[in-house]
Design a protein around this ligand. Structure first.
Ligand code: GRF
Length: 193
């Protein structure tokens, strides 16, 4: 739980690509009663489409090349401190944050993962779900800990997998759900977790 004291929480969103969740988070942050204000978007990919959304909303962006994880994380921590960031939202960020980074940041870090955790941690989720002929899949917002996709679950939603669904359709269906799920999870986490 984070202390709100009536003011919005300085938030950084970390991305690596498309940034559709970032887009929905920006929309959410602009609502009058939203508890977050997005001050910074961090990316390990200078060509991430999401950076264009950030720039179009005049949100500061920070690119870090990740050639060396220690140096990169030090640079990120420095800019987070400069912008007084109190909450990190990972939204399609394809790098794993070290336990040292998580310890040093001290504040909450949330992630959205496109599966019904604890099932299907890691990459290629939709492909693995379909191969196992699951009847349901979904998405989960959870706290980030040093163990991949394993922190406390904040909110989870499921979708039914229709017959003959392919990876692309399932991804699309889950993404749509995520755009509401992440804001809902943030509210739950900040107001009554
Ligand atoms: C989402 O499905 C999210 O769950 C996962 O990566 C994807 C990012 O998509 N962690 P986008 O970049 O937000 O469109």
């Amino acid at each position: 739980m984070v202390k709100l004291n009536g003011k919005k929480i300085n938030t950084a969103v970390f991305i690596s690509g498309r940034g559709s969740n970032l887009k929905s988070l920006i929309k959410f942050s602009k609502k009058k009663r939203s508890p977050i204000s997005i001050k910074l978007v961090v990316s390990n990919n200078s060509k991430a489409k999401g950076l264009i959304h950030a720039k179009s909303f005049k949100i500061k962006t920070f690119f870090v090349n990740y050639k060396n994880i220690n140096i990169s994380e030090k640079k990120i921590l420095k800019i987070l401190l400069k912008h007084k960031i109190e909450l990190i939202l990972l939204a399609g960020f394809m790098k794993i944050l070290s336990s040292n980074f998580i310890k040093k940041f001290k504040k909450p870090i949330l992630n959205i993962h496109p599966s019904l955790l604890p099932k299907y941690k890691g990459l290629n989720t939709h492909k693995r779900v379909l191969e196992k002929k699951e009847k349901f899949s979904g998405s989960t917002v959870h706290l980030v800990t040093p163990n991949l996709d394993s922190g406390k679950i904040i909110l989870q939603r499921k979708v039914k997998i229709l017959k003959n669904t392919n990876e692309k359709n399932l991804e699309k269906k889950i993404l749509k759900l995520e755009h509401n799920l992440y804001p809902e999870a943030i509210k739950k986490f900040l107001f009554n977790f």
